[in-house]
Design a protein around this ligand. Structure first.
Ligand code: ATP
Ligand code: MG
Length: 418
């Protein structure tokens, strides 16, 4: 039996994992600068949490979840996204009593039963932020600015930010009704999914991936035309802040989130590179979520960034990361000095140097080959003289130049690079 990774999953091989680490480290570091702290929640939760928190009428809940029962018959689900679990933890642990706003970030794998495509997997990864406790558009703008700094510092040269406002439970019913009036005559021509969304979640029709539906709804009314005074002020404030930060954006009046607990701001970073899976990052305000999950009324805003899609976009923009660093030094030896070479290697590593020596009984000749293959910057041959004198010659592999020094000097030399 030949085993392979389950459909829709991906191994992250050593050739790629360095890139993942660089992106993860950068994200954590940028989050720290913005006062976002990491939260880690379980990989699976009670199914009902997602049914409520993500929404019964969404594709995610209706079609894409990995549901299972454990041995005692509890209905559980592999998380399809991060926000519901974070909000659950926020409520469960009374985090509302921590200094507010509470700013949290996460780095997770998520699971959705979807058709495999470029940038679309069944296990994928998300970097995300959630900010609990501020109603103000400044919190929304802060998240957008965090993302922009993250993208720039990763080396991206361009990105498209789209924003919109979808109102609140005060004004959305009017918009929803106007949208349904617009859609009603088109209904027979819309795809089956959209037909069933018409009653349950008509806003989602604007987000349909089907080109035909997309074209038919070109002239749909925009939620911006229906904002109540409070939402209008929030929307104006968001744009003023972004203008003030000199963050370019495009208003996309079709940008929606279908669920009732989403309020006001929605935003996306879209790429030209990832094809129809163009959204790298989706975010917005969800002032009703915590209450919906039986917590205290708590405004919130957040985003989730698709890790794999971000990597595709970085590749498309020609951003290159160095792969694993080469050893600073390779210690080659004859068999009788292997113990010494490895123990010296251990000392160098203790001092913070990336040193390599043979651990598999290779001949001297094949150790030299190995040093080359690993791209070691320096080579030292350990033999009787070196062991007796505590010093030796090191050879710079790039040009063959040799330097004589004591083992103590060697540590300094490698640490400082000269
Ligand atoms: P899409 O419209 O592409 O299906 P979505 O609206 O379902 O995306 P969200 O639930 O907002 O996506 O998730 C946030 C981000 O996670 C997306 O913008 C995307 O980058 C990423 N993402 C979502 N689903 C997948 C998937 N199946 N594979 C890889 N990345 C994904
Ligand atoms: Mg989706």
């Amino acid at each position: 039996m030949k085993y392979s990774a389950p459909r829709g999953t991906k191994d992250i091989l050593p050739t790629e994992s360095r890139m993942w680490q660089i992106v993860e480290d950068k994200f954590a570091e940028v989050c720290r600068r913005f006062g976002y702290q990491e939260i880690r929640t379980p990989t699976f939760e009670q199914t009902d949490l997602f049914a409520r928190g993500v929404g019964d009428s969404t594709d995610v809940v209706q079609k894409e979840m990995y549901n299972f029962e454990d041995k005692s018959g509890r209905p559980l689900t592999l998380r399809p996204e991060g926000t519901a679990g974070v909000a659950r933890a926020y409520i469960e642990h009374g985090l509302a009593s921590m200094p507010s706003p509470l700013k949290l970030y996460y780095n997770i794998s998520a699971f959705r039963y979807e058709k495999m495509q470029k940038g679309r997997y069944r296990e994928f990864h998300q970097l995300g932020c959630e900010c609990f406790g501020s109603e103000d558009a400044t919190a929304d703008a802060e998240l957008i600015s965090l993302l922009r700094i993250f993208f720039i510092e990763l080396g991206m040269s361009h990105f498209n930010l789209e924003i919109n406002s979808i109102g609140c439970p005060e004004c959305r019913p009017q918009y929803r009704a106007a949208l349904q009036d617009f859609l009603r005559p088109l209904l027979p021509e819309l795809c089956e999914d959209c037909q069933s969304r018409f009653e349950t979640n008509p806003l989602r029709i604007l987000d349909c991936k089907n080109d035909h539906c997309h074209n038919l709804t070109q002239d749909a009314p925009s939620p911006l035309e229906y904002l109540c005074p409070d939402c209008q002020e929030h929307w104006d404030q968001l744009r003023q802040l972004l203008d003030n930060y000199e963050i370019p954006y495009k208003i996309n009046p079709r940008l929606v989130r279908g669920l009732d607990y989403y309020t006001k701001t929605v935003f996306e970073f879209v790429s030209d590179a990832v094809g129809s899976q163009g959204t790298i990052c989706g975010g917005g305000r969800y002032d009703g979520l915590v209450e919906l999950l039986n917590g205290p009324h708590t405004p919130g805003v957040g985003f989730a960034l698709g890790f794999e899609r971000l990597l595709l976009e970085l590749e498309n923009q020609g951003v290159e990361f160095i792969s694993y660093a080469a050893p600073d030094i390779f210690l080659a030896c004859l068999p009788e000095y292997r113990v010494f070479a490895n123990s010296f290697c251990y000392r160098l590593r203790s001092a913070g140097i990336y040193a390599e020596a043979d651990t598999s009984g290779r001949s001297f000749k094949s150790q030299m080959k190995q040093a080359n293959r690993l791209g070691a910057k320096y080579l030292m041959v350990i033999g009787e003289d070196e062991v007796d004198s505590g010093s030796g010659m090191i050879k710079r592999m790039s040009d063959g130049e040799e330097f004589k020094m004591s083992f103590e000097e060697l540590v300094q030399f490698l640490l400082t690079g000269n």
